[in-house]
Design a protein around this ligand. Structure first.
Ligand code: ZN
Length: 409
């Protein structure tokens, strides 16, 4: 092996990188953890190790990026707040090479990332801090229960002491406080993000307001206010939520602020999760041309037992999005959301060799949205092998008792 030019050669694969318009039979050579060459028919003898790709449904795509998940595993006590995933379990062992942790912890306990999570994760983990100082870790109705829960001074000190750690500020519009001072909280969270020079990501969808007409209407007003507050690069998450605060008005039309925000460079993320994916909403939005920029999982410890990022992608394929659409939404577009479009999300010479080998399986599958409504789809996606900076990882068993594929209809 000493004479080989490359450490690894992925040979004979259907390479699909929609962000760059790659879609065809290409070989990928890796050296020193970087992509060294992308071309047809690279000789096998040039590489110390060869992975040969065979089979009609097998594809090689850029390492998948989950732009909304929760991996503050060990920072949050089970039974108190929201259980978090092990980063590698939903990362490199699930076809995913980069994860954005979306505000699982606040400034008070963000230190768990540099101390414990980042040093041991093989997956690239990027962190957003919750606007609420204690996030989901304190018992209470919401992350933010008063304006004082957002501590701009502490956030600035944390950013100063931990350069590069905070890539964004996350706010959840959920909880009774938003009915009264929702605008003030949004404005303060935006100011906190601006202090740090990072984007603001905001969760819409408040199930607690669903059964109260006045509260539900307020959530709609707040979503409109939020979209007017957003600047380019800010992120709305849970685009397809069926809950109060969704982007469609009661007659099913998008608020005018949605198109304005998108034209202004605001990112629309879908983050399906346990509560925020309505199939009727997603279909209606697709009919209207209101497509999500990114597809993300919103995985938590509980969510890990019933879905995966690949299954979220398959759910969008059931609506009519193509494989290329859903791969772009989890690679090039997700990299852009992170501001890392020049570093990750593409199979390009000189970049880290982050690659996902996946099987696209045709079948008659059944899915369930977060309201409990079942729907059918024609594709399931299965991770086969993941390469992160040249290092290979095998997938785990999968999210379901039977493995990775969605349930059969
Ligand atoms: Zn989340």
């Amino acid at each position: 092996m000493s004479g080989a030019t490359y450490d690894l050669l992925i040979k004979g694969g259907h390479v699909l990188d929609p962000g760059q318009g790659l879609d065809g039979a290409l070989d990928i050579a890796v050296a020193g953890g970087k992509i060294a060459r992308v071309a047809a028919d690279i000789p096998a003898e040039d590489a110390a190790r060869v992975l040969e790709i065979r089979g009609a449904g097998r594809h090689v795509v850029p390492g998948l990026i989950d732009a909304h998940a929760h991996v503050a595993n060990g920072a949050i006590t089970e039974g108190v707040g929201m259980g978090n995933c092990d980063a590698d379990a939903i990362g490199v062992h699930s076809g995913v090479t980069t994860i954005l942790d979306c505000g699982s912890v606040g400034v008070a306990n963000l230190g768990v990332f540099p101390a414990w999570i980042l040093p041991k994760a093989k997956t690239r983990v990027i962190t957003m801090v919750n606007a609420g100082s204690y996030a989901h870790t304190m018992p209470g109705p919401a992350d933010v229960n008063s304006l004082d829960d957002i501590n701009r001074d502490a956030l600035q000190r944390a950013a100063e002491h931990n350069p590069g750690l905070i890539s964004g500020v996350k706010l959840r519009i959920a909880g009774p406080i938003f009915s009264s001072i929702g605008e003030d909280i949004i404005t303060k969270a935006k100011a906190a993000a601006s202090d740090l020079g990072v984007p603001l990501m905001v969760h819409i969808g408040d199930p607690g307001a669903n059964n109260d007409a006045a509260a539900a209407q307020r959530r709609g007003e707040l979503t409109r206010f939020l979209l007017r507050t957003f600047e380019p690069g800010d992120i709305l998450t849970h685009l397809c939520t069926p809950n109060s605060g969704r982007v469609l008005d009661p007659t099913g039309k998008p608020y005018p602020e949605v198109a304005e925000a998108r034209a202004n460079g605001v990112v629309l993320d879908s983050a399906l999760g346990r509560g925020n994916f309505g199939i009727e909403v997603a279909r209606r939005q697709a009919d209207l041309g209101l497509y999500p920029d990114t597809i993300s999982s919103d995985l938590t410890a509980f969510g890990q037992t019933f879905h995966s990022l690949l299954e979220c992608m398959a759910k969008f394929m059931s609506i009519g999005y193509t494989l290329a659409d859903v791969v772009k939404a989890t690679t090039a577009s997700a990299a852009a959301l992170l501001g890392l479009q020049d570093e990750i999300g593409a199979i390009a010479v000189g970049r880290d060799a982050d690659l996902s080998i996946i099987d696209v399986v045709e079948g008659d599958f059944t899915f369930t949205d977060t309201t409990g409504q079942a729907f059918r789809g024609g594709y399931g996606l299965v991770p086969v092998r993941t390469v992160k900076a040249g290092e290979e990882f095998s997938p785990g068993w999968g999210t379901h008792p039977w493995g990775w594929l969605p349930a059969l209809a």
